[in-house]
Write a protein that binds this ligand. Sequence first.
Ligand code: ADE
Length: 263
Amino acid sequence: MAARSVFSPGLFNNRVAIVTGGGTGIGRAIAEELLTLGCKVVIASRKLDLLKQAADELASRISKSNPAIVTPLQCNIRKEEEVEALIKSTLALHGRIDFLVNNGGGQFPSPAEAIPSKGWNAVIETNLTGTFYCCKSVYNAWMKDHGGAIVNIVADMWKGFPGMAHTGAARAAVDNLTKSLAIEWAHNGVRINSVAPISPMVCFLLSPAATFVTGETVKVDAGQSLYHSSWEIPDHDKWEPAPEGKNARTLEKLLSDKAPSKL
Ligand code: ADE
């Protein structure tokens, strides 16, 4: 059965997209919606077997009248030369690159004090540096001269990311990178935004409906980041008392009314 989208069929006919991490999870859902809308999609990640299987499954869901094509290409986004090869191969295959979706990423749960330097570097290199390499390479090879739209997938890290400090730091850095690139590349018709996360918002940001939207990070989290934190601070008495005075008395009253973790 063909996949569905709230957007008009054919919205992305004759457009070409690269979706990193497009073989699984959110990346695959984004690739599927782009294909439904007529886009030619290159899905890229390190594991070619997985990618090929995903591409076969995605291809089987494209209806006969839809010009969409899905192609699996192997690429480790941590390696700049592999990213450049991905962009070159996509241009050789389709002759253009309209969209880049930076979804490839990875992390592992760990208390911050136990993250080994190798693990820290791997998470930063994949989520931040890999995203930068993809943006830089597609810009230099194509978008600088032809314009385009980029969407970076980030995470709900607005209150820090306790338990996965490495990915929180990397994703927050991508949020900032998004703003810098949006300004630096605006004059060449390149828009760049971030989504935290989900696929219809990515399609909206790539579409002409978002033609004046750039440098933005859109939260798709049902408002969760406004009210919810998964982290409880254990009760403790480790902080120095506040200096004597009116503020200290106000603080004492507050703390006697509520446990610190609820403040
Ligand atoms: N997805 C997760 N890690 C990746 C990597 N290093 N390259 C491409 N896609 C990825």
